[in-house]
Design a protein around this ligand. Structure first.
Ligand SMILES: [Zn+2]
Length: 165
C-alpha cells in the first residue's frame, strides 16, 4: 500500500538587514564584500560567501569561473574548501551568501546550487553541527537552520554503507 509523504520546512524571513542580530549582519556584509571579489567574466553573476567559525573568525569565498566551464567553482564551495584546508578544527556555525549582478544587489535572495548543498551537507556531517544558512537579497533575507531542509532525503556517509555494511 503506497503512502504520500509530505516534507515541509520553516525558515525565518526578514525585510532588511537591520532586523538581524549584529553577528548575522556582519556576515551578510562580508558576503557582499566577497561577491565584489568574484571572478565571473562569463556570467557576470558575482557571488560571495562568508562563513563564521566557532572561534568567531570569518572566512570568505567567491565564485571563480573558468573558460572551461566545469572547472569553475561556486562561492560556497570555495569558502568551505578554504575553511577546511586552513582551519580544519574550527567548525563553521553560519554561512551567508550574497550576489551582485550588473544591476547591483539583486532584490531577491540567491540560494546555493545542488552541488553546494551537497558540500554543505558533508561539512555538517564532518563537524557534527548544523550550519545556519543566510540567503540575502536587497529586499529579502532568509535564515535557515541547517542544510537538511534544502536537501531532503540527502545522500551522505550512511548512504555508502547501504551497499557496504
Ligand atoms: Zn554552487
Amino acid at each position: 500500500m503506497s503512502r504520500i509523504i509530505n516534507i515541509s520546512f520553516s525558515y525565518k524571513e526578514y525585510e532588511s538587514l537591520e532586523e538581524l542580530n549584529a553577528d548575522d549582519q556582519e556576515l551578510i556584509i562580508s558576503a557582499r564584500a566577497a561577491a565584489g571579489l568574484a571572478y565571473a567574466p562569463y556570467s557576470k553573476f558575482m557571488v560571495g560567501a562568508a562563513m563564521r567559525l566557532e572561534s568567531g573568525r570569518i572566512v570568505h569565498g567567491s565564485n571563480v569561473e573558468n573558460a572551461a566551464f566545469p572547472s569553475g567553482i561556486c562561492a560556497e564551495r570555495t569558502v568551505i574548501a578554504g575553511s577546511v584546508s586552513n582551519y580544519p578544527d574550527d567548525k563553521p556555525v553560519a554561512l551567508a551568501i550574497a550576489a551582485i549582478t550588473e544591476g547591483g544587489l539583486p532584490a531577491e535572495f540567491v540560494s546555493p546550487c545542488g552541488n553546494c548543498r551537497q558540500v554543505i551537507a558533508e561539512e555538517e556531517e564532518r563537524t557534527g553541527r548544523q550550519i545556519k544558512i543566510i540567503l540575502s537579497g536587497k529586499n529579502k533575507i532568509l535564515v535557515i537552520d541547517g542544510v537538511g531542509s534544502l536537501l531532503p532525503l540527502q545522500f551522505g556517509r550512511d548512504s555508502l554503507r547501504i551497499n557496504h555494511p
